[in-house]
Design a protein around this ligand. Structure first.
Ligand code: ZN
Length: 285
């Protein structure tokens, strides 16, 4: 990167900080630690997000220190992991016990035809390493369940659930509530999808919103799904993850977004926390 470009980005970041500081009330606040300055290559890699008025080197630094666990390296997990690794999340864990199959490739963008038969966790880790060598990617060839959930999420700053089963959703929701780890939920089927951000103890959890799984829920194998439909939901999950990790924007907590992808009608549904919720109710009283 040229010195002029580097100086431009630094000046821009400084001016954003100045404007932000000027807009703050004058009440005394504890001084925030100065983030480490970014080196040239990192400044260049992340330049298009660093120039965002809402972003900052502090936000970038928060991402670099963050550890995120992505459950599933399929249709939702592919865009989620790619956007998080691309954005500079320091550590990305990939949990998936499946192998790549031919029927996956129309929607699971981390896997290519030569990957057929390869464990998805390892196929995903290889691609993410090419995308951003700065990111530590840890593949876990295992399926999360109620028995191993607490151990798998331990140490994570955020979990993004890109699984395709209600059993996994409820298991990870309960584990994240118990450990107070923020969670981004998502699901897609046919031409509809759903996204929800959860900060345990501060609002509704997944089970508050959906106390029980729907009876006889179909799967992608029977109901079908279009690749871009999954891409929309996965991209929204990645966006919510970046918001929760950096404090930039307003995460979708206390509500879920219901997406009709046939008509592009998006409905935001507010959800109240349930005092009798077995996952979060009473745990933070
Ligand atoms: Zn709850």
């Amino acid at each position: 990167m040229s010195n002029s470009r580097r100086n431009f980005l630094r000046d821009l970041a400084g001016s954003v900080r100045d404007v932000t500081a000027a807009a703050q009330p004058t009440a005394p606040r504890a001084p925030e630690p100065e983030p480490e300055p970014l080196e040239d290559t990192r400044l260049e890699r992340y330049s298009r997000q660093l120039v965002l008025p809402e972003w900052s080197e502090a936000a970038q630094d928060a991402l670099a220190r963050a550890s995120v666990l992505v459950l599933g390296a399929g249709a939702l997990g592919s865009p989620v992991a790619m956007y998080l690794a691309g954005a500079g999340v320091g550590r990305v864990g990939i949990v998936d016990d499946d192998d790549v199959e031919l029927s996956n490739l129309h929607r699971q963008l981390l896997h290519f035809t030569p990957d057929l038969g390869v464990p998805k966790a390892h196929s995903a880790a290889a691609k993410l390493g090419f995308l951003n060598p700065e990111v530590v990617v840890e593949p876990y060839q295992v399926r999360l369940d109620a028995a191993n959930a607490a151990g798998l999420i331990e140490g994570a700053d955020l979990v993004v659930d890109c699984s395709d089963s209600f059993e996994t959703r409820y298991a990870v929701n309960a584990a994240c509530c118990a450990a107070r780890i923020p969670l981004v939920e998502g699901g897609v089927l046919g031409m509809s999808g759903l996204v929800m951000a959860i900060r345990p103890g501060e609002g509704a959890c997944y089970r508050c919103a959906f106390p029980a799984p729907p009876p006889d829920a179909p799967s992608c194998a029977t109901a079908g799904v279009l690749g871009p439909a999954a891409g929309v939901i996965g991209s929204l999950q990645a966006l919510e993850a970046l918001k929760l990790l950096t404090g930039v924007g307003e995460p979708l907590t206390g509500a879920f977004l219901q997406c009709d992808l046939a008509t592009l009608a998006f409905l935001r549904v507010s959800v109240q926390r349930r005092s009798d919720c077995p996952d979060c109710g009473g745990a933070y009283a």
